[in-house]
Write a protein that binds this ligand. Structure first.
Ligand SMILES: *[C@@H]1O[C@H](CO)[C@@H](O)[C@H](O)[C@H]1NC(C)=O
Ligand SMILES: *[C@@H]1O[C@H](CO)[C@@H](O)[C@H](O)[C@H]1NC(C)=O
Ligand SMILES: *[C@@H]1O[C@H](CO)[C@@H](O)[C@H](O)[C@H]1NC(C)=O
Ligand SMILES: *[C@@H]1O[C@H](CO)[C@@H](O)[C@H](O)[C@H]1NC(C)=O
Ligand SMILES: *[C@@H]1O[C@H](CO)[C@@H](O)[C@H](O)[C@H]1NC(C)=O
Ligand SMILES: *[C@@H]1O[C@H](CO)[C@@H](O)[C@H](O)[C@H]1NC(C)=O
Ligand SMILES: *[C@@H]1O[C@H](CO)[C@@H](O)[C@H](O)[C@H]1NC(C)=O
Ligand SMILES: *[C@@H]1O[C@H](CO)[C@@H](O)[C@H](O)[C@H]1NC(C)=O
Ligand SMILES: *[C@@H]1O[C@H](CO)[C@@H](O)[C@H](O)[C@H]1NC(C)=O
Length: 893
C-alpha cells in the first residue's frame, strides 16, 4: 500500500499535461494520500475508549471510499487532502501522541479545544509545517511545551491556554520563527520563570495573554516593540518590576491588565500615549506615587482599576476627560483630596469605588446626573456634608455604601426614589433625624445598615414593605417605639441593639440566623420561634422585662396571665392600608379558661403614633371579645354571619371539623373550621387543632393558606382562614366544567405552587415541617386558581432531638409505601404524596397503574404549545421520580 502511494505521487507530476491520465492519477493520488490520513485518524480513534469511539461513528472505512473528507470534524482541500481537524468540545479522553502528524502534510488548522486530551504535547507536532491555527486550549496536557513548536513557522494563532498541568519555562528559542504569529494565548497554565526578551521578535502580535501563570522576574522592555498589540494580559502572575515606560509605545493597546502581580514604582506617565486604551487594570500591585495626569489623554477609557496599591496624592482633574468611563475603581490606596466634582461629568459611570482612601470632600456637591450609576462605594474615607436629595437622580443605583465617613444631617426621603436599591450602608456616620418613610419603596432592598449614627424616632412600619430584606442593622442609634410587627420573615440577620425600643418582640421574627435586641426597653415574651434558634441570651440582655424559655429569663407562665400569640399575615385592603393583626395577652376569666385574643386593626402610620392599639373589647361582661376585625368585627359577627354555625353555611369537612363560610359585615369573606361539640372533647382532635395553630402561626408563605386567627376555647374551638373561592383541587378536578378551565399552564402552576410550599416547609423552616397529609383535598385554590396547601392538623415538626416515630396518618393512596413498615417520618413522605397529587392534577384522577401515554387528562386536548408540552412532560417525569419506592432516591422538594 505505501509503495503504491509513493508511485502515484511521483507519477502525478510527470503526467500533468495529459488531461485524461491526469484526472485518473489525481484521483488515485487523492485517494492514496487521504487513505494514509484516514488510517492515521482511525489509528487515533482506536486508541480511545469504546464510549469515546462511539462519538466518532462517522470515522470508519465503510463504503467504497477511504476518504475521510466526509467524516465528522474533518476538512479537506479540493485535492481531497486533510487541511483541518476540528473536534472542539468533543470528549475524547485520548492522547495527542497517538495521532501521527507525519500523515498530514497539508494540515492548516487543528482545533482540539476542550477535548479532555491528556499526556504530553508530542514533539512530532513540529511536522505540521503548514499549520497556521493551533488550538489545544482547555485540555489536560502536562509537561513542558515542546521546542518542536518552534517549527510551526506559519503559525498565526496559537492557543494552549487552560492546560493547568503544563509547566516549565518559556524557551526563548520558541520565539525565533513565529514571525507570522498574531495571537498567543498561554494563560492559565503552570508556566514559570521569566518572560524571555525574545518575545519582542513576535512583531505581528496583536493579542498576548500570559495571565494566570507563575511567571516571575520583570516585564521585558522588548514588549514595547510589539506595536501592533491591542491586548496585553500579564495579570495574576508574580512579576516583580517597574512598569516600563516603553509601554507608551503600544499606541494600539485597547486592553492592558497587569493586576495581581508584585509590580512596584510609579505608573509611568507615558501611559498617556496609549490613547486607545479602553480597559486598564493595574490593581493588586505595590504601585506607588501619584496617578499621572496624562491619564486624561486616554479619553476612551471605560474601565480604570487601580485598586489595592499604595498610590497617593490627589486625583488629577483630567480624569474628567474620561467621558466614557463606566467603571472606576481606586479603592484601597492612600489617595487624598477632593474627587467628587471631577466625576460629575462622567455621565456613563456605572461603578464608582473609592473606599479605603483618604479622600476629603463635601458630599453635598457630589451629585451630577448619573443615569447609569448602579454601584457606588465611598466607604471609609473622610467625606462630610449632607446627603443631597439629588441622590434620587441615580435611578439605576443598586448599591450605595457611604459607611465610615463624617456624613451629617438627615437621610433624605428622596432615597425612596432609588427603587432598584438592594444594598444600602450608611453606618458609622453622624446622621440625625428619623429614618425616612420612603425607605418602604425599596422593594428590592436586601441589606440595610444604618447603625452607629444618631438617628431618632421610630422604626418605620414601611420597612415591612421591603420584602427582600435579609440583613437589617439599626443598632447604636436613639430609636424609640415598637419593633414593627410584620418585618418580613426573610430576615436572616437582625441587629436592633443599643436603642430605646419598647413594647414586645413581634412573633413574626422567626427563622433568623442572627439576632441582637439587647440594650433596649423591650418586654414580654421572647417568642418560642426565636428561642428555637438557640441564640445566646446576650441577644436579649439588658432590656426592661423579657421572659421566655431562653436561658436566664423568667418563664412567662409564672403568673396567671395566659399569653397567646397570633398568626401574623399582612392583609392589604383595597385602599392600600395595611391590616395588622396584633398580639396580646389576656387574663383568664373565672368561667372561661384561656381564650385567645386576636385582633385585626386597621391603622395608618399616624394613628399608630397617636393612639394606642386597643385590645379586644369586652362584650357581654364576662365573655372576652374574640375578634376585632377592621376595628368593627367581633366574635358576635362570626356567630351572626354563620347563624351560630348553621349547617347551611357549611362548605365541607376538613381533616377534622367542619368548614364554614362567613361573610363579615365588612364584605370580607373568611373560612372557619370548627370542631363540633363531641370532637372538641376528643384529645386526638384537640391535638390536631393545636398542631394546626402551632404550625400556621409559625409559617407564612404565598402558597400556604393564611390563618387569620382562632378561638381556642372549650365551648368554641375554631380557626379563621383566608377564604378560597374555588375550593379544593380534588373538587375542581372532578367537575367537568372546572376541570376544563384548568388548562395545562394552570395545572403546572398549581403543581409549582404546592412544590414551593413544601420546599419552604422542608428546607426553609427550622425545624422542618412535614405536612403528612398532602392530597388534592388539602390543596385549595383561590379565584385565580393559585394553589394553597391547607390542613396542617397532622403536620410534624422534625425536631432532630426527638424520635420521629409515629402512628400512621394521611390519606389512603397518598401515603408513601415505606410508612407501612417503618413509621419514621421524613420529608420524603410528603415528596411521595406530592408525586401522587402531581399525577392526579395531570391525569384528572388517581390511578393505580400508570401508562405514560394515557397519563394526561383526556378532557383536555394534549398540549399544543411546545413549551407547555415540555413543562407537562417534565412534571410527569418529576412526579414519577417522587413516587420511587425507595425514599432515598426521591428528590427533595
Ligand atoms: C523541524 O523542522 C525541520 C526543518 O524543517 C525538520 O528537519 C525537523 O524534523 C522538524 N522537527 C520536528 C520535531 O518535526
Ligand atoms: C527556525 O527556522 C529555521 C529555518 O526554517 C530553522 O533552521 C531553525 O531550526 C528554526 N528554529 C528553531 C528554533 O526551530
Ligand atoms: C496624548 O495623546 C497624543 C496623541 O493623541 C500624544 O501626541 C500626546 O503626546 C499624548 N500626551 C501625553 C501627555 O501623553
Ligand atoms: C484584570 O484581571 C483581573 C484578574 O483576572 C480581573 O479581576 C480584572 O477585572 C481585570 N481588569 C481589567 C481592567 O480587565
Ligand atoms: C466613547 O464611546 C463612544 C461609543 O461607545 C465612542 O463613539 C467614542 O469614540 C468614545 N470616546 C470618546 C472620547 O467619547
Ligand atoms: C489587597 O492586597 C492584599 C495583599 O496582596 C490582599 O490580601 C487583599 O485581599 C487585597 N484586597 C483586595 C480588596 O483586593
Ligand atoms: C462639566 O461639563 C460642563 C459642560 O460641558 C462644563 O461646563 C463643566 O465645567 C464640566 N465640569 C467639570 C467639573 O469639568
Ligand atoms: C438602567 O439599567 C438598565 C438595565 O441595567 C438599562 O437597560 C437602562 O438603560 C438603565 N437606565 C438608565 C436611565 O440608564
Ligand atoms: C457642603 O456644600 C454645601 C453646598 O455647596 C454647603 O451648603 C455646605 O455648607 C458645605 N458643607 C460643609 C461642611 O462645608
Amino acid at each position: 500500500m505505501s509503495s503504491n502511494i509513493q508511485l502515484s505521487m511521483a507519477s502525478s507530476s510527470s503526467l500533468l499535461l495529459n488531461v485524461v491520465t491526469w484526472s485518473t492519477i489525481f484521483l488515485s493520488f487523492a485517494t492514496s494520500e487521504s487513505s494514509s490520513e484516514a488510517q492515521a485518524l482511525l489509528d487515533w480513534k482506536a486508541s480511545f475508549n469504546e464510549f469515546e469511539q462511539s462519538n466518532l461513528r462517522s470515522w470508519s472505512m465503510s463504503g467504497r471510499t477511504s476518504s475521510p473528507c466526509k467524516w465528522f470534524g474533518i476538512i479537506c482541500n479540493q485535492a481531497g487532502s486533510v487541511t483541518g481537524i476540528s473536534l472542539s468540545e468533543m470528549i475524547l479522553y485520548g492522547k495527542l501522541d497517538d495521532l501521527n502528524f507525519f500523515s498530514f502534510p497539508n494540515l492548516v488548522r487543528l482545533s482540539l479545544s476542550s477535548c479532555r486530551l491528556c499526556g504530553a504535547i508530542p514533539a512530532h507536532i513540529g511536522a505540521l509545517s503548514k499549520l497556521t491555527h493551533l488550538d489545544l486550549s482547555g485540555n489536560d496536557f502536562f509537561g513542558k511545551l515542546p521546542l518542536a513548536l518552534a517549527n510551526l513557522t506559519q503559525i498565526v494563532e496559537l492557543d494552549i491556554s487552560k492546560n493547568y498541568y503544563i509547566e516549565g519555562e518559556l524557551d526563548p528559542r520558541l520565539f525565533t520563527n513565529w514571525t507570522k504569529l498574531t495571537s498567543l494565548q498561554l494563560q492559565s497554565t503552570g508556566l514559570s520563570g521569566s518572560i524571555p526578551s525574545e518575545i519582542g521578535n513576535l512583531i505581528n502580535l496583536v493579542q498576548l495573554d500570559l495571565s494566570h501563570n507563575k511567571l516571575s522576574g520583570s516585564i521585558p522592555l522588548t514588549l514595547g516593540d510589539l506595536s501592533s498589540l491591542t491586548t496585553l494580559f500579564l495579570h495574576s502572575n508574580q512579576l516583580h518590576s517597574l512598569i516600563p515606560s516603553k509601554v507608551g509605545n503600544l499606541k494600539n493597546l485597547v486592553q492592558l491588565n497587569l493586576s495581581y502581580n508584585n509590580l512596584i514604582g510609579p505608573i509611568p506617565p507615558a501611559i498617556g500615549n496609549c490613547n486607545n486604551l479602553v480597559q486598564l487594570g493595574l490593581s493588586n500591585n505595590f504601585l506607588s506615587g501619584p496617578i499621572p495626569y496624562t491619564i486624561g489623554n486616554c479619553s476612551n477609557l471605560s474601565t480604570l482599576d487601580l485598586s489595592n496599591n499604595t498610590l497617593s496624592g490627589a486625583i488629577p482633574p483630567a480624569i474628567v476627560s474620561c467621558s466614557n468611563l463606566t467603571n472606576l475603581d481606586l479603592s484601597y490606596n492612600t489617595l487624598s483630596g477632593p474627587i467628587l466634582k471631577s466625576l460629575t461629568n462622567c455621565t456613563y459611570l456605572h461603578t464608582i469605588q473609592l473606599q479605603g482612601n483618604l479622600f476629603v470632600d463635601n458630599i453635598t456637591e457630589a451629585y451630577g446626573v448619573h443615569p447609569y450609576l448602579s454601584h457606588i462605594d465611598l466607604s471609609y474615607n473622610r467625606f462630610y456634608g449632607k446627603l443631597s436629595p439629588d441622590l434620587g437622580k441615580c435611578p439605576n443605583l443598586t448599591s450605595l455604601q457611604i459607611q465610615g465617613n463624617d456624613i451629617s444631617g438627615a437621610i433624605p426621603d428622596e432615597l425612596g426614589w432609588l427603587t432598584e436599591l438592594q444594598y444600602l450602608d450608611l453606618s458609622s456616620n453622624q446622621l440625625v433625624g428619623e429614618i425616612p418613610l420612603g425607605i418602604g419603596s425599596l422593594s428590592y432592598l436586601r441589606h440595610l445598615d444604618l447603625s452607629r449614627n444618631k438617628l431618632s424616632g421610630p422604626i418605620p412600619e414601611e420597612l415591612e414593605n421591603c420584602s427582600n430584606l435579609k440583613y437589617l442593622r439599626l443598632s447604636n442609634n436613639y430609636l424609640i417605639g415598637k419593633i414593627p410587627s410584620q418585618l418580613d420573615s426573610n430576615l436572616v440577620n437582625l441587629n436592633l441593639s443599643h436603642n430605646n425600643l419598647s413594647g414586645t418582640i413581634p412573633y413574626s421574627l422567626s427563622n433568623i440566623a442572627s439576632i441582637d435586641l439587647s440594650y433596649n426597653d423591650l418586654e414580654g415574651p421572647i417568642p418560642d420561634s426565636i428561642t428555637l434558634g438557640y441564640y445566646p441570651p446576650e441577644a436579649f440582655s439588658n432590656n426592661k422585662g423579657l421572659c421566655g424559655k431562653a436561658k436566664g429569663f423568667p418563664s412567662c407562665f409564672s403568673s396567671p396571665t395566659a399569653i397567646v400569640v397570633s398568626p401574623t399575615p399582612i392583609v392589604k385592603t383595597k385602599k392600600g392600608h395595611k391590616v395588622m393583626i396584633f398580639v396580646t395577652a389576656s387574663l383568664c376569666n373565672a368561667m372561661f379558661l384561656a381564650c385567645v385574643i386576636v385582633g385585626f386593626l386597621l391603622f395608618s402610620r399616624r394613628k399608630m403614633r397617636n393612639t394606642q392599639i386597643g385590645i379586644g373589647k369586652k362584650k357581654n361582661g364576662d365573655l372576652l371579645s374574640i375578634w376585632n376585625y377592621d376595628g368593627t368585627i367581633a366574635y358576635e359577627d362570626i356567630i351572626k354571619a354563620t347563624e351560630d354555625f348553621d349547617i347551611k353555611y357549611c362548605i365541607g369537612t376538613g381533616g377534622y371539623g367542619s368548614v364554614y363560610r362567613a361573610e363579615l359585615p365588612t364584605g370580607k369573606t373568611v373560612a372557619l373550621k370548627k370542631l363540633n361539640g363531641l370532637e372538641g372533647e376528643d384529645p386526638a382532635y384537640q391535638k390536631s387543632f393545636k398542631t394546626e395553630i402551632r404550625v400556621l402561626t409559625a409559617i407564612r408563605h404565598r402558597n400556604i393558606v393564611k390563618l387569620h386567627g382562632f378561638c381556642s376555647h372549650q365551648r368554641c374551638m375554631f380557626l379563621v382562614y383566608e377564604y378560597m373561592e374555588r375550593g379544593s383541587l380534588f373538587c375542581v378536578l372532578r367537575t367537568e366544567i372546572e376541570a376544563a378551565e384548568l388548562d395545562w399552564i394552570k395545572r403546572v402552576n398549581i403543581i409549582k405552587g404546592v412544590a414551593h410550599a413544601l420546599s419552604y416547609m422542608h428546607h426553609d423552616c427550622t425545624p422542618p415541617i412535614i405536612h403528612r397529609d398532602i392530597s388534592s383535598s388539602n390543596v385549595l385554590l383561590d379565584s385565580e386558581l393559585q394553589a394553597y396547601v391547607s390542613d396542617f392538623g397532622t403536620a410534624r415538626l422534625l425536631d432532630p432531638d426527638s424520635s420521629n416515630q409515629t402512628i400512621l396518618v394521611g390519606t389512603y393512596g397518598y401515603i408513601a409505601p415505606e410508612l407501612a413498615y417503618s413509621m419514621i417520618v421524613t420529608e420524603k413522605n410528603d415528596v411521595y404524596s406530592f408525586g401522587v397529587v402531581t399525577l392526579e392534577t395531570l391525569m384528572g384522577s388517581v390511578a393505580k397503574t400508570i401508562m405514560l401515554n394515557d397519563v394526561l387528562d383526556p378532557r383536555l386536548s394534549p398540549p399544543a404549545d411546545q413549551l407547555v408540552a415540555q413543562d407537562v412532560v417534565s412534571v410527569v417525569m418529576l412526579a414519577l421520580a417522587c413516587l420511587r419506592s425507595d425514599p432515598r432516591s426521591r428528590p427533595t422538594m
